[in-house]
Design a protein around this ligand. Structure first.
Ligand code: CP
Ligand code: NVA
Length: 306
């Protein structure tokens, strides 16, 4: 199958990623000026959600509509996927009807298997492995507020799970140093660390990770699908809450990001999203613009008239 997919940040070159982000800024400007831009007229994105979502669903759905196309929400509950129809068969059939497919899944292998049998681009809308679309928005947000992230230092405080894995890939693709502070037993996937080499450092002390950092980011302590571990996680992660005082140890012009949803009083202090250093709301909005640029890049433009 020849379609390009976006299952991880490593599926694109560094130049392609930067191009998508810069285009996201242009599309944001077009929208703010009320300019109609509908290159994906009549194009249809299928969105399969195995887990809940606010931002990912809305940004892809609104984004497709704004680009002139449509998006269809699907879940295993109301498709044959939930009754055991094989992923490969579903991919073959769905990709004959759709122009792109976005999947949010508990198992990254579902994305790779679907992509292997899909005629059309497949996009990772969050898996147990990574969240590349979120990183497009994060990198766009940094570029808008502070310029290039190349050569800067980023601190990841908290769980070494899907978001952290994507930050490790971003460190390679966008050329920054990443310091990860996580409790023992919550380190990122060793496969991601092995590829990143000395670009990524794991420390236990959040103060050490954050010292002088230009960007600080975190995520919930209990991700979707881990709910039964909540009590244990609350205990292990307690020293890893990001507070204004912790952020004071970062660079004077540091930004704070959170992919959201946030649990105030857990991974962040009650007031952190109100701090002027937090750009979480811009970051959330940029999901829309960055993913519109991604869709424009991946999906063939409008049909010709007969
Ligand atoms: N950040 C993010 O992916 O949010 P949703 O779970 O609301 O899509
Ligand atoms: N780590 C979180 C990210 C949500 C966008 C989760 O997987 O639930």
């Amino acid at each position: 199958m020849s379609a390009r997919h976006f299952l991880s940040l490593m599926d694109f070159t560094a130049d392609e990623l930067l191009g998508v982000i810069r285009r996201g800024i242009e599309l944001k400007d077009l929208r703010s000026r009320g300019v109609l831009f509908e290159p994906l007229k009549n194009r249809v994105l299928g969105m399969i959600f195995e887990k809940s979502s606010t931002r990912t669903r809305l940004s892809f759905e609104a984004g497709m509509i704004q680009l002139g196309g449509q998006a269809i929400f699907l879940s295993p509950r109301d498709t044959q996927l939930g009754r055991g129809e094989p992923i490969a068969d579903s991919a073959i059939v769905m990709s004959r009807m759709l122009d792109a497919v976005m999947i949010r899944t508990h198992h990254h292998s579902i994305l790779t298997e679907f992509a292997a049998h899909s005629r059309v681009p497949v996009i990772n809308g969050l898996s147990d492995e990574s969240h590349p679309c979120q990183l497009l928005a994060d990198m766009q947000t940094f570029l808008e507020h502070r310029g290039s992230i190349q050569g800067k230092t980023v601190a990841w405080i908290g769980d070494g799970y899907n978001m952290c894995n994507s930050y490790i890939e971003a460190a390679q693709q966008f050329d920054f140093q990443l310091r990860i502070a996580c409790p023992e037993g919550y380190e990122p996937d060793p496969r991601f660390l092995a590829l990143a080499g000395d670009r990524v450092q794991i420390v236990r002390d959040p103060k050490q990770a954050i010292a002088g950092a230009h960007l600080v980011s975190t995520d919930v302590w209990t991700s979707m699908g881990q709910e039964e571990e909540t009590a244990r996680r609350l205990a292990h992660f307690a020293p890893y809450q990001v507070t204004r005082e912790l952020l004071d140890l970062a660079a004077p012009d540091a930004l704070f990001m959170h992919c959201l949803p946030a649990h105030r009083g857990e991974e962040i202090s009650l007031d952190l999203l109100d701090d002027p250093r937090s750009v979480a709301w811009d970051q959330a909005e940029n999901r829309l613009h960055a993913q519109k640029a991604l869709l424009e890049f991946l999906v063939e433009p409008a049909y010709h008239h007969a």
